[in-house]
Design a binder for this molecule. Structure first.
Ligand code: BG6
Length: 480
């Protein structure tokens, strides 16, 4: 592992993302010994003029407490310093560089490289000026080696053209290996398990194709609405917020061919091929919805057509998947909170039991809550009669891995950025291909040419979405 001074700079330090996700993830890494006090310093940067202590006070309530009391929390907070400044003028960044350099000098006067990680917990509109300022004033200058990396969050653009523009602006300043585009779904335990499940189990290898799989569903549901984020959300909508990134990344891992190796570039090469094989969507295979009450939020315009729900069918034009519908479904203010992948197999040919109506084989990966992997099977109902029923082979993480703490997605991904592992980050060409899929539909929605249907908060979403699923061949199963 690399040694030497590590400076982690959180830009947008007083914002929601930093408080709720970035600092708690850093704290967990610290607590587990991944950030050593003698090497690491954390800097918060934002426009608000506050003191180090005021930033610490703001953060501390969000840090997850373990059994080891408050001591860890206070030691962690002592690692944090704050610098204020604007996002587009030199002074603040010069002050930031000075603060980082002082820390490097104090820790690093004898040996070791210096590593600078800039985490942009900021809206994308300020990425270009901020990157420019970092490039001009804050790069690692140590003769002893090291690096400068930047981490950026979604939404990375609003459509193909804006994303490409953002990519080229940043690309002029930093090389691809320095840029970490976070999609936190790639940090989830069961998303990371997908490659292992698919490529380390002989069981699945011959089955994972159009001959055996009837359809694949990737579903995200939340049982709450936009809650205070209406202003942000209304400019983006559920497709840009969840589907174009989180669900599409999962689709790539479900559908991609086996990579040559586990090297990040090999994996990302295969993901890009999947995205490039997706056919244009058909109007009749898209259902949009907006929950009733969404527009009560004062920051949402009265005539908003922004979807808070969408179900759509993607088709992958290749040898493995031709004819298999990939259903992506996401919604806010629905009846439950759940994210899962459902791979539904075809009916058994020449069925002799005449009771297949009970359901098909289904392989389900539940990302959250309560991580689980289960397989729906038809079995003999125990008893004297020869009747069949659906049951499950069930790997519930809570039972199987009792006492094992599953790391938070952000924690894992930040550690990867420190290690320089880009496997779970989105490459520029992936991002482009992802926007290519959705941009035509998004433009039509923005122009009001594609209407969002109303649905009741706490429901399953518009009934038309269930009808679409049935139309493309999804068979509702019983049980789980
Ligand atoms: C974010 C979206 O990227 O993901 C939010 O902007 C959404 O709208 C969140 O609530 C869901 O993340 P998770 O990890 O709770 O599924």
């Amino acid at each position: 592992p690399e040694t030497g001074c590590l400076s982690i700079i959180v830009l947008g330090a007083s914002g929601d993302l930093a408080k709720k996700k970035t600092f708690p993830a850093l704290f967990n890494l610290y607590r587990q010994g991944f950030l050593q006090s003698n090497e690491v310093h954390i800097f918060g940067y934002a426009r608000t003029k506050i003191s180090d202590q005021e930033l610490r006070d703001r953060i501390q309530g969000y840090l997850p407490r373990g059994n080891d009391g408050e001591e860890d929390v206070s030691n962690f907070l002592l690692l944090i310093k704050y610098v204020s400044g604007s996002y587009d003028a030199p002074e603040g960044f010069q002050a930031l560089d000075k603060a980082i350099s002082e820390h490097e000098f104090s820790r690093n006067s004898t040996e070791g490289s210096s590593r600078r990680l800039f985490y942009l917990a900021l809206p994308p509109s300020v990425y270009p000026p901020v990157c420019k300022m970092i490039k001009s004033y804050c790069m690692n200058k140590s003769d002893l080696g090291g690096w400068t990396r930047i981490v950026v969050e979604k939404p990375f653009g609003k459509d193909l053209a804006s994303a490409e523009e953002l990519s080229s602006q940043i690309g002029e300043l930093f090389d691809e290996p320095q840029i970490y585009r976070i999609d936190h779904y790639l940090g989830k335990e069961l998303v990371q398990n997908l490659l292992v499940l698919r490529f380390a189990n002989r069981l699945f290898l011959p089955l994972w194709n159009r001959d055996n799989i009837a359809n694949v569903q990737i579903v995200f549901r939340e049982d709450f609405g936009t809650e205070g984020r209406g202003g942000y959300f209304d400019q983006y909508g559920i497709i840009r917020d969840i589907i174009q990134n989180h669900l599409l990344q999962v689709l790539c891992l479900v559908a991609m061919e086996k990579p040559v190796s586990l090297k990040p570039e090999h994996i990302r090469d295969e993901k890009v091929k999947v995205l490039q094989s997706v056919l244009p969507m058909k109007d009749e295979e898209v259902v949009l919805g907006q929950y009733e009450g969404y527009k009560d939020d004062p920051t949402v315009p009265d005539n908003s057509n922004t979807p808070t729900f969408a179900t759509m069918v993607l088709h992958i034009h290749n040898e493995r998947w031709e004819g298999v519908p990939f259903i992506l479904k996401a919604g806010k203010a629905l009846n439950s909170r759940k994210a899962e992948i459902r791979v539904q197999f075809k009916d058994v040919p020449g069925d002799i039991f005449k009771c297949q109506k009970q359901g098909r084989n289904e392989f389900v990966i539940r990302l959250q809550p309560s991580e689980a992997i289960y397989m729906k099977l038809t079995v003999k109902q125990p008893g004297l009669e020869m009747s069949t029923a659906q049951s499950e082979l069930d790997l519930s993480y809570r039972q199987r891995y009792q006492g094992v703490v599953i790391p938070e997605a952000y924690e894992r991904l930040i550690l990867d950025t420190i290690k320089g592992d880009q496997q779970h980050f989105v490459r520029r060409d992936e991002l482009k291909a992802a926007w290519e899929i959705f941009t035509p539909l998004l433009h039509r929605i923005d122009k009001g040419e594609f209407k969002s249907l109303p649905y009741k908060p706490g429901s399953r979403g518009p009934a038309e979405a269930d009808q679409l699923l049935e139309k493309v061949g999804y068979v509702q199963t019983h049980g789980y």
